[in-house]
Design a protein around this ligand. Structure first.
Ligand SMILES: *Cc1c(COP(=O)(O)O)cnc(C)c1O
Length: 405
């Protein structure tokens, strides 16, 4: 099937709207993606026809909702190639998944153990580990980056030792677009007996990860960056680890038996799913995965690579413009600045032209500190963006530059 971007755009109602009198040019996909009609319909269908609480009711609506929710879990298992269905834990998103693992490890670490994170991390992948270190007396070590915004693997190997218990790296950096060599990172950690958690929040809209092949211990992602709704995501964990970790939150759904003397916990995955979950969100996450697969990840990658190459070339033609994140392995994210201009000012001016980009530190302040900048303008492209939209961005940036210098 040929890739027809105009046809794909018709699937997204929001892409038809205008902003400040101009057609919307949505280039903030690294923050959240837009939603296709099939996902919106799925949400409306759930609340219109079979809204009910799950897993407990004997009535028809509850069974229909339970079946749809558990079918979504199955779709997620298949999509990510996960060995066991009970290794798929529904969460409220990436941040929740990371905190769940950090909390679980607080009982498994000893004083002086070491945790390695990368310098490319999102704040949500830094702060929970700092909190974990405070609680457990473990020590946080950081894999440095080079001028291209690429992790220095030799430095990573030097950090690894018998003290290392955990390694946490994102699959793709949301701030720079760098794709990290996670397979190598996982192999090296396993060689010394450390566990690895991969933050897939930024990768799952571009790449279909094979978790059995990666042999990763934990993988987290959010639905909202892959055409699904906000407030839902998954944690994948290898069964052994999930059994070793204590529950994160207590409540309904996660228990087997409760008395005031002793409570026993439900089996996996429910042990980590306290309370009424985002039922509709989970079901719509399944619909989003179906939608992405109907387009195909090879087609998505090819189109996005074309946009990335074209936008990189056109932007670099603007005098004084510098791109951060220039490694050869990167996805369709361009972080840039223009000499002497604050990124916020560029973002504000091009918004007047209907162009949505992100400005600031992108929840990754340590990266900005490394480059000694307050932030960047970040344009992040999705499979539904077009060459014409790249042209609008470039024209907008040129106009902003003229106004600001
Ligand atoms: C978006 C993002 C997160 C946070 O995801 P939430 O959905 O806000 O929990 C974490 N890491 C990376 C790399 C991201 O891009």
């Amino acid at each position: 099937m040929a890739f027809d971007v105009q046809k794909i755009r018709n699937d997204f109602p929001i892409l038809q709207r205008k902003v400040n009198g101009y057609p919307l040019v949505y280039l903030d996909n690294a923050a959240t993606s837009q939603k296709p009609q099939v996902v919106i319909d799925c949400i409306v269908d759930y609340y219109s026809n079979y809204n009910a609480n799950i897993h407990r009711g004997v009535h028809t609506l509850s069974q229909e909702a339970t079946d749809a929710y558990e079918m979504a879990r199955k779709k997620i298992q298949t999509h990510f190639n996960i060995a066991h269905l009970h290794e798929v834990i529904f969460t409220s998103g990436t941040t929740h998944g990371i905190n769940l693992v950090a909390n679980g490890f607080s009982t498994l670490l000893n004083k002086g153990d070491e945790i390695i994170v990368s310098a490319l991390e999102h704040h949500s992948n830094i702060v929970p580990w700092q909190m974990l270190c405070e609680r457990s007396g473990a020590i946080l070590k950081v894999i440095p980056i080079n001028e291209e915004g690429v992790l220095i693997l030799s430095a990573y190997e030097e950090l690894l030792s018998e003290k290392t218990k955990l390694v946490f790296v994102n699959h793709i950096s949301n701030a720079l677009g760098t794709i990290n060599p996670i397979k190598k990172i996982i192999e090296k950690a396993h060689a010394i007996g450390a566990a690895v958690l991969i933050d897939g929040a930024q990768s799952c809209s571009h790449i279909k990860p094979d978790l059995i092949d990666l042999d990763v211990d934990f993988y987290v992602t959010s639905a909202h960056k892959m055409c699904g709704p906000t407030g839902v995501g998954i944690l994948y964990g290898k069964e052994d680890w999930l059994r070793k970790m204590p529950p994160y939150q207590g409540g309904g759904e996660m228990i087997k038996e409760v008395t005031f003397e002793k409570t026993t916990y439900a089996d996996l995955p429910h042990k980590f799913e306290a309370g009424t979950p985002n039922i509709c969100g989970g079901i719509a996450f399944g619909a989003a995965i179906d939608y992405l697969n109907s387009i195909g990840f090879n087609a998505i990658a090819a189109h996005e690579k074309m946009l990335l190459d074209y936008a990189t070339k056109e932007l670099l033609a603007i005098e004084g413009l510098k791109i951060y994140g220039t490694g050869s392995e990167k996805t369709s994210v361009i972080s840039f600045n223009i000499d002497g201009i604050h990124p916020y000012d560029i973002g504000t001016i091009i918004d007047k032209l209907g162009i949505a980009v992100r400005t600031g530190h992108h929840c990754a302040q340590p990266i900005m500190d490394y480059f000694n900048i307050p932030g960047t303008v970040r344009a992040s492209f999705s499979f539904y963006n077009t060459i014409e939209e790249v042209d609008s961005l470039v024209q907008g940036v040129i106009k902003a530059k003229l106004m600001l210098t």
